[in-house]
Ligand binder design. Structure first.
Ligand code: AGP
Length: 608
């Protein structure tokens, strides 16, 4: 998620912009920049890397001026280079733009502008937007911005300044947060309040389709058709730390609640509804190349290894390709049978996990084609694989992985659709999967709206010292992931098992002190898991169930039940994991654990 800050007032803009960008560092970024109007013209300074690199660039040449914009970029289109950093300027070099979001029709606009002689130097959709605004400029910056945005599809939060209007800053939002800060004789814009809280607590939240025009004498809010809009001024009561978490008590909770949006963002632009397939151009794989693979290896660590197991069920069921899932730490030291007909997929949220990186390098050394399922754009794994798909889930700050897991499963479903439709998957089956994928965000929201029920469940079990998670089929990996979530943030010893495996030993652990979490949606193995549930009950075990809405049988068998909406069997993990994420969160909070930074853990394990 990029960071935006802008200023119009009597003070020097550059220092205020840099201070605001520092407040936005927690959001994650890989490059930054500022633009200031210094009375003679527009000065743009930008740099890849951390803000300290930008500060170095500014040393001795900080632009003076009291109107400016600043940006921290989390790369989505194009690697995190200085050229791709914001602000971007138009053809004239007089207009500077910073942007958070995705211009979905950027390629089409770029082609038209280049035919008109525009020359763009970066890979970004933002530079296209800057050139479009310049193309629309005929003496009014706000009108030029409005006209350009009327042509844009996609999501944006932008701020724009021009040396031809040195006392004006125009900002607009559609789908990416943006607010106006009203100070004493000075005005700010920002992507979130943390950037400006040091200067004012009076803010105006923009809504989608709205623009705000800041000048030295004040501001006005309007829509793209120039209709003025009256907006209330809100007072921010939160402290800075709470503001950075978007009002949530912890980053982990914020990221759990982001999942309706992050699932949408992972799906965005990839679904081919008519063909019942998916378009994932980043795979860099032609149809005939996909057809020649006779085996897939998916390698990863931790939570990413759990999503890999779900990918195995999907690909074998729908694409009929043999799949092996390997712990990266094991794969790299074995003597794996891998050749040019093997596709090796590395899954990594950070894109920096040492074992996964080493496993991919080993696979390449043996001639395999490699793909990455990665969240951090431009990360080492993303740069070393032959192709891949980005999650677009935004930075995951909480050490316990939540939104990355669901987005990984979505990414694997997109790969499965593409591969399956080249083999045995019918167009009707593909369309059915697409409809089910599109329904997931609202179904996740339905679960999140009942988070208080999960909190009540946690209140009953937070004192436990052990727990068992059981699932069958594609929900066996969910049992593993749910157990990992609980143990890594609440320090309760929890194990995940295939439900049928109970009989082969673990059932000896069952007594009234052992909560047993069954992941039991209405799917092909529902009847089997009911039998396992009865075996646990017969031994006095405390059964907790994640079941489908309206499942009275499970509701009667379990001491506690949380229900979820129904979806296709293979997609149930996207829904069954949500209450388990919440359960582990509430138990950990109740136990007074450090939820965002659990003891002994790091967000990215870049060592062996
Ligand atoms: C999961 O909650 C942990 N944070 C950890 O298991 C993590 O999934 C694992 O270290 C892999 O990280 P990666 O996805 O960044 O490669």
């Amino acid at each position: 998620m990029c960071g935006i800050v802008g200023y119009v007032g009597p003070r020097q803009a550059a220092a205020l912009l840099m201070e605001g960008l520092k407040r936005l560092e927690y959001r994650g970024y890989d490059s930054s920049g500022i633009a200031v109007l210094n009375g003679q013209g527009l000065v743009v300074v930008k740099q890849s890397g951390k803000l300290s690199a930008l500060e170095q660039q500014l040393t001795g040449r900080t632009p003076t001026g009291t109107v400016g914009i600043g940006h921290t970029r989390w790369a989505t289109h194009g690697p995190p280079t200085t050229t791709n950093a914001h602000p971007h300027t138009d053809q004239s070099g007089k207009i500077a733009v910073i942007h958070n979001g995705i211009v979905e029709n950027a390629s089409a606009i770029r082609r038209v502008l280049e035919q008109r002689g525009h020359v763009m130097v970066s890979d970004t959709d933002t530079e296209v937007l800057a050139h479009l605004i310049g193309e629309c400029y005929r003496g009014s910056l706000e009108e030029a911005v409005a006209e350009a945005l009327r042509e844009v599809d996609g999501a944006y939060g932008i701020a724009v300044i021009s040396e031809d209007e040195p006392d004006v800053l125009v900002a607009a939002r559609k789908g990416s947060p943006l607010l106006l800060g009203v100070g004493e004789g000075e005005l700010f814009v920002a992507s979130d309040a943390s950037a400006i809280l040091a200067h004012t607590r009076s803010v105006v939240y923009l809504d989608d389709g709205e623009m705000v025009v800041l000048t030295r004498s004040g501001y006005h809010v309007r829509d793209l058709a120039a209709t003025r809009i009256e907006k209330p001024i809100n007072q921010i009561e939160w402290d800075l730390a709470t503001v950075e978490r978007g009002g949530y008590a912890h980053f982990m909770l914020k990221e759990i609640f982001e999942q309706p949006d992050t699932v949408r963002d992972t799906l965005r632009g990839h679904l081919l509804e008519d063909e019942g397939s998916s378009r994932v151009s980043g795979l860099n794989l032609a149809d005939d190349e996909i057809k020649q693979f006779n085996r897939i290896v998916i390698t990863a660590c931790g939570t990413s290894w759990h999503s890999a197991l779900i990918g195995e069920y999907m690909l074998e069921e729908l694409a009929r390709i043999p799949v092996d899932v390997e712990y990266a730490s094991e794969f790299r030291y074995r003597n794996p049978v891998v050749d040019e007909r093997t596709l090796v997929i590395g899954i990594s949220q950070s894109g920096e996990t040492a074992d996964t990186l080493a496993a991919i390098r080993e696979a390449k050394r043996r001639g395999a084609r490699t793909l990455g399922v990665v969240n951090v754009v431009g990360s080492t794994i993303a740069r070393e694989v032959d192709g891949g798909i980005y999650l677009h889930a935004g930075p995951e700050v909480g050490v316990a992985s939540t939104k990355a897991f669901t987005s990984q499963v979505i990414a694997l479903a997109l790969i499965t659709l593409r591969f399956g439709r080249l083999r045995n998957l019918s167009i009707l089956q593909g369309r059915q999967i697409i409809q089910a994928l599109k329904a997931l965000p609202e179904q996740i929201q339905d679960i999140l709206d009942r988070a208080h029920q999960v909190e009540a469940l946690a209140e009953r079990y937070w004192r436990s010292n052990n727990a068992l998670y059981l699932g069958r089929g594609v929900n066996f990996p969910v049992a593993l992931e749910g157990a990992l979530k609980l143990k890594e943030i609440s320090y309760i010893h929890a194990e995940g098992y295939p439900a049928a495996e109970m009989k082969h030993g673990p059932i000896a652990l069952i007594d009234e002190n052992m909560p047993v979490m069954f992941i039991a949606p209405k799917d092909a193995v529902h009847g089997k898991i009911v039998s396992n549930m009865e075996e646990v009950r017969a031994r006095g075990g405390q059964v907790i169930a994640i079941a489908s809405d309206g499942d009275d049988l499970i509701n009667r068998l379990a001491a506690s039940t949380f229900t979820i909406p129904e979806t296709l069997d293979l997609l149930t993990p996207i829904l069954t994991i949500i209450p388990l994420q919440l359960f582990s969160y509430y138990v950990a909070v109740r136990r007074g654990c450090n939820v965002d930074q659990p003891r002994n853990l790091a967000k990215s394990v870049t060592v062996e």
